[in-house]
Ligand binder design. Sequence first.
Ligand code: NDP
Length: 254
Amino acid sequence: MSDLFSLKNKHILITGSTRGIGRLLAQGVAEHGAEVIINGTNQEKAQQVADELNAQGFKAYAVAFDVTDSQAVQQAIDHIEKDIGPIDVLINNAGIQRRHPFCEFPEKDFDDIVKVNQKAVFIVSQAVARYMVKRNRGKIINIGSMQSELGRDTITPYAASKGAVKMLTRGMCVELARYNIQVNGIAPGYFATELTKPLVENKEFSEWLCKRTPAARWGDPKELIGAAVFLSAKASDFVNGHLLFVDGGMLAAV
Ligand code: NDP
C-alpha cells in the first residue's frame, strides 16, 4: 500500500496552470511523480512553466489552448493522447472572475464567466472522458469554489458558475463511475493569486476575512496540493462525486 499517494507514471493535464493555483498544483503533482501537461491560452507562457519544471528534473509538457474553444480543445486532447501519453488525470482549474454590483453586471462578463468556469469544464471533460471510458479508468478533478455555498457582494455570476461546477461534478460522477472514472471537486476558500488581487490589496477585506475564517488568515495556494494529490492518486479510488473544501474552516463557521 506504499503507492497510495504515488503519481508515478501518471500524465496529469491541468488547465490554467501558467500561474496561480494551477501553477502550484503542477509543481505539487510533479513532486509526487506525475508528468504534467501545462495549459493556458498562451503557448510561450505555458512553455516557460514546463521549462521551469523540466529544469528541476521533472517531466512537463506545454499545450496551450483556449478551454472555451471546443475545436481547439479536441485537437489538443487528441495531440496529447497521441504524442505525449494517456491523460490519467484531468484537473479543470482554468477560471476567471469579474466583480460588479448585481444591477450593473455587464451581460458580456456574465457570458465570459459561464464560458470559462462552467461550459469549459463540460467541453474539456467530455473530450478527455471519451478516452478514459475506452481505457476503463481515469480521474477528473474540478476546481470549484467555496463561493458555490455563500452569497456575497459583486460576484453572483461567479458563485453561480461554481454552483454549476458542483453539479457537473456530481452528474459526471454518476455517469462515469461505471467506467471506473472518479470525478471529484476541490472548493478553495480565499487564496492570494492574480484572480483575488483586488481583495488582497483591500485592507478592510483582509480584516473581514481573518475575522470570518476560523484559521484567521488567507490560504497559501500550496495548501491545495494535498487535496489534488489525494484525489489524483489510488488513495481516492472509492471517493466519487465529492467536493473537498479547503477553506480554513470558513464554511463551517456561522
Ligand atoms: P489566476 O487568475 O491566477 O489563474 C487563472 C489561470 O487560468 C491562468 O493560468 C490563465 O491562463 C488560465 N485561463 C483563464 N482563462 C483561460 C482559458 N479560456 N483557457 C485556458 N486557460 C485559461 O486564478 P487562480 O489561480 O486564483 O484560480 C484558479 C482556479 O481556482 C479558478 O477556477 C478559480 O475560480 C478557482 N478559485 C480560486 C480561488 C482563489 O482564492 N484564488 C478561490 C476559489 C476558487 P492565461 O495566462 O491564459 O490567462
